[in-house]
Design a protein around this ligand. Structure first.
Ligand code: IPM
Ligand code: MN
Length: 352
């Protein structure tokens, strides 16, 4: 029987609620399949600041480094908003990504027919959309030098050739399994880092993956294309901050950001998180959408090599959606709680 050490980091806001859903589903998968998850729950973000005085305590780092995969709910909230960048809950997450060296963040958007009614786009625009965003995750403006005085602030944006190549390789390998169409997004008409990005991507793809059709789009134009003609996209490759912004747009297209999962992959470690944030406004109300987290669990299972279990979970989730188990962010008239949706998925896991 395969056995995995998994660290769960619930974090802040609705993080604990969606992590609880993942935990419950893992328990049921262990009943249904010959697999064992040894789960360690650790603090991160605001919760860790309150308990340990820092957003990423050493014992959390140690648990993550010693596990086969890590799941994180969400971090941040109004309680910790006035802190400096390096003392903030968000820094706990950024430092975790840096420590695990998970440089490529994969955010796949799948459209479920039953959710099209909730998309802000007209049906004919959203139908058949199937794209994935590959976001560089450990470089760029998030991690450059920062400086702050009363009336002056700096965030430096840097990229090296190597940082660009390794994430481009991930995007190309994905594209090869899909429609072989890659759109690289930058701001090469203004930014030096983007000019380098475009040069390196062009050279690498042409040399290493000549079968891939490569196109470059500027970030502003790509944002427009995402809402006016999203079907044109297969794989989008972009730098850290542009990827953050574009993935929220793509999430909304599916009906709610609450549907978008992610995996952050490096050479050794992997971190799985829903793309949505901590949503402090609905914290503790029991109405958080657990689908993005459960779909992130599916990505985790695939990454661990458990594709049969991942396929089964995918079917169980799809069935729950077909059964109209919609959370309130999708359908404001819905009465399904996070627990109801979780129960629907777990009972599907046992019955299908
Ligand atoms: C995300 C989030 C994070 C990011 C925040 C919480 C630091 O918005 O994963 O998209 O900006 O990367
Ligand atoms: Mn984001």
């Amino acid at each position: 029987m395969n056995s995995y050490d998994i660290t769960l980091l619930p974090g802040d806001g609705i993080g604990p609620e969606v992590t609880q859903s993942v935990h419950a589903v893992m328990e049921v998968l262990q009943q249904r399949f010959p697999v064992r998850f040894n789960i360690d729950i650790k603090a991160v973000g605001g919760e860790a600041i309150d308990k340990f005085g820092e957003p990423l305590p050493q014992e959390t780092i140690d648990s993550c480094l010693n596990s086969d995969a890590v799941f994180l709910g969400a971090v941040g909230g109004p309680k910790w908003e006035n802190k400096g960048v390096y003392e903030s809950p968000e820094w706990g997450l950024l430092k975790l990504r840096e420590t695990l060296k998970v440089f490529s963040n994969i955010r796949p958007l799948s459209i479920y027919e039953d959710l099209n009614q909730f998309s802000p786009l007209k049906n004919d625009l959203i139908q058949g959309v199937e794209m994935v965003i590959v976001r560089e995750l450990t470089g760029g403006i998030y991690f450059g030098n920062k400086h702050r005085s009363d009336l002056y602030a700096v965030d430096q944006c840097t990229y090296t050739e190597n940082e660009i190549i390794r994430v481009t390789k991930v995007a190309c390998e994905l594209a090869m399994k899909r429609k072989r169409r890659l759109v690289s997004v930058d701001k090469a008409n203004v930014l030096e880092t983007s000019k380098l990005w475009r040069e390196v991507v062009t050279r690498y793809v042409t040399e290493a993956f000549p079968q891939i059709h490569l196109e470059h789009q500027l970030i502003d134009s790509c944002a427009m294309h995402l809402v006016s003609n999203p079907r044109q996209f297969d794989v989008i490759l972009t730098e850290n901050m542009f990827g953050d912004i574009l993935s929220d747009i793509s999430g909304a297209l599916s009906g709610s950001l609450g549907m978008l999962p992610s995996s952050s992959i490096g050479h050794k470690y992997a971190l799985f998180e829903p793309v949505h944030g901590s949503a402090p406004n609905i914290k503790g109300k029991g109405i958080a959408n657990p689908y993005a987290s459960l779909l992130s669990l599916e990505m985790m299972l695939r990454w661990l090599g458990e594709s049969k279990i991942a396929d089964h979970l995918a079917r169980a989730i799809k069935q729950a959606i077909q059964d109209k188990c919609f959370s309130k962010d999708l359908d404001k008239n819905s009465h399904f709680s996070t627990t109801d949706i979780t129960l629907s998925v777990t009972s599907n896991i046992l019955s299908i």
